[in-house]
Design a protein around this ligand. Structure first.
Ligand SMILES: Cc1cc2nc3c(=O)[nH]c(=O)nc-3n(C[C@H](O)[C@H](O)[C@H](O)COP(=O)(O)OP(=O)(O)OC[C@H]3O[C@@H](n4cnc5c(N)ncnc54)[C@H](O)[C@@H]3O)c2cc1C
Length: 415
């Protein structure tokens, strides 16, 4: 595949951009692969890329029922941070954040990583104490974060109202190298780079059944026919329970819609990410000028990828307390994605009860930021047949052994 560069851009500009090749191949499936990955979201594609790049495993297919990146990867609010409380989470999210720093160069695709800073507001005494605890944990884990005062918050984001009617801003946890990236570009970049290394990415190919014999998995049935495989990795976010059922086991996962919305575009007003967990809402401004606003999950399990008026109202009511200037903005779009929630709000990366089948799921409301780290760890697990240090603590066995990695209290809004 030809590399993207300033010279390629100039050359194509001179010939009306008629010479660009397709970003990734769209082959017909082969009868057998060493590894089949179900789900061409960020996590599935990153896993395929690092399998090929780090471990030389190239007889790999990624099967996607719709279009690449059309799941949660293309529906999220793109926040990247690594200021988690528990050491295993800090390790994998910080690995991901570090990989994001040079991802555009690595993939030769501009993922528009923008380390503009992430500010998590403390609006109760309890929250202030919780962020201080996280800050100390971050320092022990070697993650650079800082507790900031209301005066410093005013400097970081002048548009903020510190004296909200219900919850004044008492301080915040600031991660200066957190930020955002273009979500579609992350999926496209991994797809292009993986395809270039020989991975087959097969879109419009839904997995409808999983075949196994006494020794373990043998292959999958799809809308494009049967495909045999040596190893199978399920990376399907909100559909994880459905795929697990096909394979004959259950996962400790609940699926529900998480919603977000964007406003009409306006001139630059907010140049970092702000999360207000107590009132529940978070906001950043896209490069196009839209306010990207994240809401909450539905209060009941469902498989709808839709928004609802109730969430628009609730989220905006909360954010307007902190950003009164939003009150006159018109909202342009709202949507939902099906997220996969575990009880401890940490992901599952590990072997399943069926030999040869592995799962990478449970990223819930906060897996976009983890894509590079998750792909790295999952590829290592598939190549070796067992998880390495990064993935090790996140196995399914933690639910039977009671070794929870509890991020639910630490991150009430876990994006
Ligand atoms: C509104 C919203 C806001 C969010 N905000 C953030 C944020 O700011 N920061 C953050 O870090 N995270 C955020 N997240 C979470 C993040 O988007 C997800 O954790 C992450 O994208 C999951 O990626 P994935 O690759 O696991 O899943 P997905 O991107 O959902 O990919 C799974 C793929 O599997 C495919 N699939 C399903 N069933 C089958 C089948 N039977 N056969 C073949 N393919 C199948 C689907 O079509 C889908 O493309 C947000 C999520 C939502 C919905």
């Amino acid at each position: 595949m030809r590399r993207y560069s300033v010279f390629a851009l100039a050359r194509e500009a001179l010939r009306h951009h008629a010479g660009w090749e397709r970003a990734w191949r769209s082959p017909e499936p082969k009868p057998r692969y060493d590894v089949v990955i179900v789900g061409a979201g960020g996590h599935g594609l990153a896993t395929a890329y690092y399998l090929a790049k780090n471990h030389g495993v190239r007889n790999v297919a990624v099967l996607e029922k719709g279009w690449l990146g059309g799941g949660n990867t293309g529906r999220n609010t793109t926040i990247i941070r690594s200021n988690y409380l528990q050491p295993p989470s800090a390790a994998i999210f910080e690995k991901a954040r570090q990989l994001y720093e040079t991802l555009s160069q690595d993939l030769n695709f501009n993922v528009m990583f923008s380390p503009r800073g992430v500010l998590m507001l403390a609006q109760t005494e309890h929250e202030l104490r919780a962020w201080k605890r996280t800050w100390h944990a971050n320092r022990l884990a070697g993650i650079e974060t800082e507790m900031v005062s209301p005066a410093r918050i005013r400097e970081i984001v002048p548009a903020i109202n510190l004296d909200g009617p219900r919850y004044p801003v008492l301080g915040g946890l600031w991660q200066a190298r957190g930020g955002t990236a273009r979500h579609d570009a992350v999926a496209w970049g991994y797809a292009r780079a993986a395809s270039d290394l020989g991975v087959d990415i097969i879109e419009n190919c839904a997995v409808t059944g999983i075949d196994r014999d006494a020794a373990g998995v043998t292959g999958v049935r799809t809308t494009k026919g049967a495909i045999a495989c040596g190893k199978l990795c399920l990376v399907v976010a909100g559909s994880s329970g459905v795929l697990a059922e096909m394979a004959g086991f259950r996962l400790p996962i609940e699926s529900l819609a998480l919603q977000a919305l964007v406003s009409e575009p306006v001139k630059p007003a907010i140049d970092c990410v702000i999360m207000a967990n107590t009132v529940h809402g978070y906001i950043s401004q896209s490069d196009k000028g839209e306010m990207v606003i994240g809401g909450g999950t539905d209060g009941f399990n469902n498989y709808t990828q839709r928004g609802s008026f109730q969430h628009v109202e609730e989220t905006l009511r909360a954010l307007i307390e902190t950003f009164p200037m939003l009150s006159r903005l018109r909202m342009l779009r709202q949507w939902g994605g099906i997220v996969d929630m575990t009880g401890d709000r940490s992901p599952i990366i590990g072997a399943s009860p069926v030999p040869g089948i592995f799962v990478n799921c449970g990223w819930g409301t906060g897996g976009f930021k983890a894509i590079p780290g998750s792909g790295w760890a999952c590829a290592e697990m598939l190549a070796r047949g067992a998880p390495g240090d990064l993935a090790g603590p996140f196995g399914l066995d933690r639910f039977t052994e009671g070794r929870m990695i509890d991020e639910s209290v630490a991150a009430a809004v876990a994006h």
